[in-house]
Design a protein around this ligand. Sequence first.
Ligand code: MV4
Length: 516
Amino acid sequence: MIRKVLIANRGEIALRIVRACQELGVRAVAVYSDADAQAPHVREADEAVHIGPAPASESYLRGDHLIAVAKQVGADAVHPGYGFLSEREWFARAVRDAGLVWIGPPAEAIAAMGSKTAARTLAISAGTPVVPGTTEPLRDAAEAAATAARFGYPVLLKAAAGGGGKGMRVVREESEIAGALASAQREAKNAFGDDAVYVEKYIEGPRHVEIQVLADAHGNCIALGERECSIQRRHQKMVEEAPSVAVTPELRQRMGDAAVAAAKAAGYVNAGTCEFLLDRHGNFYFLEMNTRIQVEHPVTELVMGIDLVQWQLRIASGERLPFTTSPEPKGWAIECRITSEDPANGFLPSTGRIAHLHLPSGPGVRWDGGIEVGSVVGLSYDPMLAKLIVFAPTREAAIARMERALKELVIDGVETSREFHLRVMADADYRAGRVDIQWLESRLPTLLAQQAPRETRQAAAIAAALLADRDRGSRRTGTPSGGSATVPGHTNGAPAPAGVAGSWAQLARLENLRRG
Ligand code: MV4
């Protein structure tokens, strides 16, 4: 049995893991850099250990140090979260070699899925459909041309060690292939220290649909339905849903079986995700397997009614899965990744101190966050501040609920993606489910044109903060200081002095604007 877990991560996922530990009666040990001394994941954990300066390379990425800390505090297991060291084979191995339980898949499964060509070979051996293409690296331009001709243009050159789109080149005709091969190899060498590049048929305009799997150490492996992840920009997902409008129960069954077969071929244990491309004709192709808990896991939790992070701990403790067949999703869940980025400014990361924060709540709303008032948002880590997740009986109701929750949300102090997410929710294509992996980037001009100027948005957030503060003040004193302003949700009391009342009215107009 696991009694104490060291959480080798930060932010919202560290807090998410703390919560799972506490509900299971397991002690949670947080670690923190200089930048995170006051962070919520540190305060909520049962213990916390300082691990170094802000740069991740000197704190959250120091694997050997993290293992030493785990031993020191008497932890018996390590949870890596996502990002950082979560998919480093050597770290999983070092944790195991230190006599600690690794809350994740075996190091061998991480290694097998780490190489895209090895993952393709495994999938093929399991009978899981992959995109037509090769599994051997290309030797030269002549071989590239011959192979591309065999599969037919357009083709996609991909780095064998790849991921995140690095070392990838679309080639539409033979005249481009030599140049594309050279640049893909150069980029792959720089990014991964390995210049191996192979060929796939290029699939035009597919959706990105992934299947959650859960495997125990006793040979049971089940699929937990799909997530629709097509709404992404530069390989960063912005909105995820479960289920997908494009997946029928029959397709879900086939994709689930294919994912389970691939996971079993890799000797997979714990939570993992098989990524697929789904084309317009309903054909699906295995791309790769993510050997970690993913950012978007909550949408699966909500429609499947299970706690994936708790199951990660239970599986690592040797528990058996209680089901042998895949459950069907119930209802609809949508997640918006709330980032400290300014969509109006090329999604430039925004920094600052959270001055005011009002979190949405009410029916079907979940906030997985890592910030609070006073949090300093810097540039040392990923700009994702939190995930806003909603759950409702139908997709239409879930979209309405997300719009309502985004309107309730106030973050003052940094630029965020909140308004942008409101525009996505209002978009006709999005509402009709007409999206693919190119949709968001092609729709950006339209979505950005609807955005209010930055000054207006900032002023509106400040207005919300002032109105909230006024309402708190009137509750404390029992003598409302408000004026004649009427804002839904903001009760106003007795008339205020004339000049002040006018200011409140202006603030109220700004607040209405903020709510879209
Ligand atoms: C593809 C593809 C089209 N055809 N493979 C992007 C990163 C890596 N995980 C695989 N990727 C893709 N592989 C073939 N044969 C299109 C993409 C792709 C993509 C995939 C999933 C989610 C977002 C994407 C954005 C651009 C390209």
